[in-house]
Structures are given as structure tokens and as C-alpha cells.
Design a protein around this ligand. Structure first.
Ligand code: GDP
Ligand code: IMO
Ligand code: MG
Length: 432
């Protein structure tokens, strides 16, 4: 059996949730390895929509195991809300279906207050975070003062750790004009949440290793996207974790030699939510059309997404930093009815150069003017098509031109939000 990593190849919201749900039918285990409840992964099955923030998108498949790895930042409140919701839908009936790493760091109320306060104080230079406390929690992890899932089961050491951390956190919250946290209230709430989480908590790394040993197929579910990676993204307008495929191993607690292939998810165009450069952004009627037809509003915050044409430089870059072995293209149906579809194939930079590689200097990127190639559109709706050869010739040509520009084959094409609305050209678990 092979093990597959799914990552976003753009700025997030590429449709990772939908693809992971679909590919779970070939997998035994699904693992989240980074990010937190900043993610919003949408699954639509038989017309019923589910949005997941922390629980892996494999959870709708009975009998498959889902792991939340050590690299995830877990908000206990958000997690328990999600678990309650899944239970109320008759899913997650057996606690053994979900394993939360005891080494994952925990998001506490002060992280969210610092996140919100900082964004406010930044004014027009705000990152546009999701306000879920992600950055401050990862900061604490790296500064070796984080609270981990395992600490929520140890009242004495939890109180000690929070007593050490809280004065500084509260001083920061106060300086940002926010409301400070009370130690006793915080300890009490965290212990209560820890108790509720207990049936799901375990040594995720060890349990995952057992699954791999038994030859079970593992799907690693990335959150956010390559251009939001803290090292490789459009810094500082990024999230606070490594979103690229290399981190699947670190954040799941399993060596990189178990990974056989990496699939990048891309929309047939580009979106971004939050601030920062987006070279192909459209500020005109076409941008509005993509937002309207694609229903481009954030699954976590409801914010309208910024929309633009597909950017081949971004995808080539994503292929490089993730080592993509395949692409899955979503939302091809949204391009129906557009006469001439543009794809960025180069940038004109402010220093006069024209480049075909994604520039690593964010200042150059901010001013980059895309050079477009024009591709002919199609008029037919795609939502009911299930075979690649049924796609209009120009839609096939679009997919194949993108493959050529990126140098990576497209293993799946998505033509609607529902699980059924997908054309799979190659099973990723037999992809190596
Ligand atoms: P994720 O964060 O990468 O999982 O993506 P989101 O769930 O945040 O955003 C993707 C949105 O596009 C969701 O509303 C999906 O239901 C929807 N979607 C996914 N694939 C398709 C598709 O092929 N066509 C259309 N029209 N919508 C899609
Ligand atoms: P999924 O997994 C799209 C963006 C935020 C902001 C930046 C930093 O659904 O694709 P953070 O709260 O992480 O500190 O915000 O990252 N962002 C996302 N954008 N999809 C996501 O997740 C995102 N998670 C964070 O909008 O620009
Ligand atoms: Mg999303």
C-alpha cells in the first residue's frame, strides 16, 4: 500500500477537504499534521454539507481512523464542538476512530485575545488572520512555553505552567487593549476540556506507526496552502506553520520514508482570503463573477475571497517546494461560460525583467504584473460529467495546458462541490 500527502498548491481553500473525503475511500487512515481551526474544509455528500476545522476529512467514512498529529494546534473548545456535532449526526460513534496526539499544543483563550489584539493594532497592515489564536500558540510552542494536550490531564503541573505563562500573556493582552485572563478560571476550564477530550487522546505517532506496519494506507491531510507556508509563502502574509508536504512527516510523527506521493490541490483559478500579494487578482466584473459563481466566501470566517486567474508560476513553485507527483484541479465548472480564460505564464517585475519563476523576494512579488496566455473557453455546464473524455474539448485543453505549464499530471478534476462530482483519472494510492 502507498501513503499519500494532500497539500494546497495555492493560498488555501483549494478544495482539499473534498478531495481528502473522496480519496479516503482508498485509504485506511487520515492524518492532519499542521494548522488548527483556522482551516475550514468543506465536504458535500449527497447534497449534505459538512465543514470541518480540526477533525480530518476522512471522518465521514465509517471504519476509517482519523489522527490529529503533534504538529496541529488544538483548540479544545473547537474540537469538542466538532466532536459533539459529528456525534449528533451519528458519526464518530466509537472514540477509537479519532486519535488526538498528546504532544499537540493547545490553543487557550489568551492566544485568541493576543491574535485579535495584534491584528487590531496593526490597522491597515493587518495580516488578516482567522483570529483563531494560531500564531500566538505556535509562538509559545517554539519558545518552549506551550501547553500540550497531555498537560490538560495533570492539574498540578498545568497550574504551574499557566502560572508561569499567564503574567506575560496578560501584560501583552493589556498593552493591546484586550481583556486579561484569570488563572483559576483558565485552569478550571482547561481541565474540564481535558477530561472531555481524554477518550480521544493518545500516542498518535506510535499508533500511526502500527497502522503503517500493518500495511494500512495513510492519507496526510494538509491545511492552508503552499503560499501560506511560514517559510515558503508570501511572508509575512502567511500562517504560522509549515504547510508544505515535508512537514507531513514532522507533524504526524512518522519518518519521511513512508510517504510515496504528494498531490497538490489547485482551483481552476486563484483565490486568497486575508491580506498580502496576489499577482493575478481581478478587481473587475470577472473577479466578481468568479466570486459569485464559485461561492467564494471563507468556510471559517465567511469573508469574501479575493479572486483571480490561475497562476502557473505559483503552481510550478508549489510543485518544486512540495515535490508534487500529481495535481487535482477543482472548480473547473466555475469557468463555464467564460469566453477567454487567462493563465499567468510569466511576471513583469518592477526592475524591468520578465521572469517565469515565482520570485522569492516579496517586494518584487507585490509589484509583479502577470503576463497572460489566453485559452479558449466553453459553454457547457460540467457538473454532471463523470468521464474525462466527456469534458468539452476546450476544457480538456485547459487542463492539459496547465499540466504542461506546471510539468505535473492532473490525476483528478472536480466539477462540483459534491463527492460524486469528480473525475478521477488515476488512483493516487497506485500512483507511485
Ligand atoms: P479547503 O479548505 O481546501 O478544504 O476548501 P474549502 O472547503 O475552504 O473551499 C472550497 C469550496 O469549494 C467549498 O465550498 C467546496 O464545497 C467547494 N468546491 C470544492 N470543489 C468544487 C468544485 O469542483 N466545484 C465547485 N463549484 N465547488 C467546489
Ligand atoms: P484551509 O485549510 C485560506 C490565512 C488567513 C490569513 C493567514 C494567517 O481552509 O485552506 P492565521 O489565522 O492562520 O494566522 O491567518 O492565513 N488562512 C487561510 N486562508 N484557507 C485556510 O485554511 C487558511 N488558514 C489561514 O486568512 O491570511
Ligand atoms: Mg478552507
Amino acid at each position: 500500500m502507498s501513503n499519500v500527502v494532500i497539500v494546497g498548491a495555492q493560498w488555501g481553500d483549494e478544495g482539499k477537504g473534498k478531495v481528502v473525503d473522496l480519496f479516503t475511500s482508498w485509504a485506511d487512515v487520515v492524518v492532519r499534521f499542521q494548522g488548527g481551526a483556522n482551516a475550514g474544509h468543506t465536504l458535500v455528500v449527497g447534497g449534505v454539507k459538512t465543514v470541518l476545522h480540526l477533525v480530518p476529512a476522512g471522518i465521514l467514512h465509517a471504519g476509517k481512523k482519523c489522527f490529529i498529529g503533534n504538529g496541529v494546534v488544538v483548540d479544545p473548545e473547537a474540537l469538542m464542538d466538532e466532536i459533539d456535532f459529528l456525534k449528533s449526526r451519528g458519526l464518530l460513534t466509537d472514540p477509537h476512530q479519532l486519535i488526538v496526539s498528546e504532544n499537540a499544543n493547545v490553543i487557550l483563550p489568551y492566544h485568541k485575545r493576543i491574535d485579535a489584539g495584534r491584528e487590531k493594532s496593526r490597522g491597515k497592515d493587518a495580516i488578516g488572520t482567522t483570529g483563531r489564536g494560531i500564531g500566538p500558540c505556535y509562538e509559545d510552542k517554539i519558545a518552549r512555553r506551550g501547553i500540550r494536550v497531555r498537560d490538560l490531564a495533570k492539574p498540578r503541573s498545568l497550574r504551574e505552567k499557566l502560572s508561569a505563562r499567564l503574567p506575560e500573556a496578560n501584560a501583552q493582552i493589556e498593552s493591546l487593549g484586550g481583556q486579561t485572563c484569570d488563572l483559576e478560571g483558565l485552569v478550571e476550564q482547561a481541565l474540564k476540556q481535558g477530561e472531555r477530550m481524554q477518550p480521544y487522546v493518545g500516542d498518535a505517532s506510535e499508533k500511526l506507526a502500527r497502522e503503517v506496519e500493518h500495511g494500512r494506507a495513510v492519507l496526510f491531510e494538509g491545511a492552508q496552502g503552499t503560499l501560506l507556508d511560514v517559510d515558503h509563502g508570501t511572508y509575512p502574509y502567511v500562517t504560522s506553520s509549515n504547510t508544505v508536504a515535508g512537514n507531513a512527516s514532522v507533524g504526524a510523527g512518522i519518518g519521511p520514508t513512508v510517504i510515496n506521493s504528494v498531490i497538490g490541490i489547485t482551483k481552476a483559478y486563484t483565490t486568497r482570503v486575508g491580506n498580502g500579494p496576489l499577482p493575478t487578482e481581478l478587481h473587475d466584473e470577472m473577479g466578481e463573477q468568479l466570486r459569485r459563481v464559485g461561492a467564494e466566501f471563507g468556510a471559517t470566517t465567511g469573508r469574501p475571497r479575493r479572486c483571480g486567474w490561475l497562476d502557473a508560476l505559483v503552481l510550478r513553485y508549489a510543485a518544486r517546494v512540495n515535490g508534487l507527483s500529481g495535481l487535482a484541479m477543482t472548480k473547473l465548472d466555475v469557468l463555464t461560460g467564460i469566453d477567454k480564460i487567462m493563465v499567468a505564464v510569466a511576471y513583469k517585475l518592477m526592475d524591468g525583467r520578465t521572469v517565469s519563476e515565482f520570485p522569492s523576494d516579496p517586494e518584487l512579488l507585490a509589484e509583479a504584473q502577470p503576463v497572460y496566455e489566453e485559452l479558449p473557453g466553453w459553454k457547457e455546464p460540467l457538473g454532471d460529467l463523470r468521464e474525462y473524455t466527456e469534458l468539452p474539448a476546450n476544457a480538456q485543453h485547459y487542463v492539459e495546458r496547465v499540466e504542461q505549464l506546471v510539468g505535473v499530471e492532473t490525476i483528478a478534476v472536480s466539477v462540483g462541490p459534491d463527492r460524486a462530482q469528480t473525475i478521477v483519472r488515476k488512483n493516487p494510492f497506485r500512483h507511485v
